[in-house]
Design a protein around this ligand. Structure first.
Ligand code: SF4
Length: 239
């Protein structure tokens, strides 16, 4: 589905202008999960279901120190891992997922994380969103990560009307250069977390207000809108 009143070229131009403006607001946008290896990012992304990245970052140092390799995850005692993962919620299911992931990596990939979408989505507990996070941030393969923020902001901006994440990924992907996909994902997720909130978007303090078809869905008074901004995470050093 596309917005019928606009030519494909006009849609593309407007989308790219919106991305430029958002990128200027969040030039430091990045994956907010802490990781050093593809395995750590894969595990952290699985743990981020139903909780915040900040919450995940609090438990992963202990988890990764205790279980540094896929083989260590595969051989973990569930009760011990559950204690570490408890603060992230759904810790029993997450423990099962992480141990199952370790076992599959050991059985099918010599304990290494594969670097293709097809192989990643065959791993237990790994969907397209998780796979794209890992590809984009650990392997440098451009990927669009459609989480709840990305989908909502893309629809509000008129980039798509789709609600199915795979369709959102396809439609939005057609509007941008492949090389921009990963940063586009970070920028849209940052915007959704900080400004274009689900319930009360801060339209009066939004850098794309002038070109957003949904302007007015949220607070338009500049002072009140500024108070809605959630810059809960400081930019990283040097950004
Ligand atoms: S103008 Fe409002 S709805 Fe549009 S992107 Fe900005 S905050 Fe979101």
């Amino acid at each position: 589905m596309s917005t019928p009143s606009q030519s494909p070229l006009a849609r593309k131009r407007r989308a790219r202008r919106g991305y430029r403006l958002l990128h200027e607001r969040y030039p430091y946008a990045h994956c907010e999960l802490d990781f050093e290896t593809p395995l750590q990012l894969l595990v952290a992304t699985i743990l981020s279901a139903q909780t915040t990245d900040v919450g995940v970052n609090k438990v992963t140092p202990t988890l990764f120190a205790r279980y540094p390799t896929a083989a260590d995850l595969a051989a973990a005692q569930p009760a011990e891992m559950e204690e570490i993962l408890r603060p992230t919620g759904f810790y029993r299911a997450k423990t099962r997922s992480v141990i199952g992931l370790g076992q599959a990596l050991v059985a099918d990939h010599d304990g290494e994380v594969p670097g293709t979408l097809a192989e990643l989505v065959r791993l237990p507990g790994v969907g397209r969103k998780t796979a794209n996070v890992v590809l984009g941030n650990a392997f440098g393969v451009p990927g669009i990560t459609v989480d709840t923020h990305f989908g909502r902001v893309a629809r509000r901006l008129g980039w798509t009307e789709e609600t199915d994440p795979v369709e959102v990924e396809r439609e939005v992907g057609e509007l941008f250069e492949r090389r921009d996909w990963t940063m586009l994902s970070h920028v849209l997720i940052f915007h959704g977390r900080r400004t274009c909130h689900a319930r009360r978007p801060a339209c009066g303090a939004c850098p794309v207000a002038a070109i957003c078809p949904s302007y007015g869905d949220g607070e338009t008074d500049p002072d009140k809108a500024a108070r809605l901004l959630k810059f809960e995470l400081a930019p990283t050093a040097g950004s």
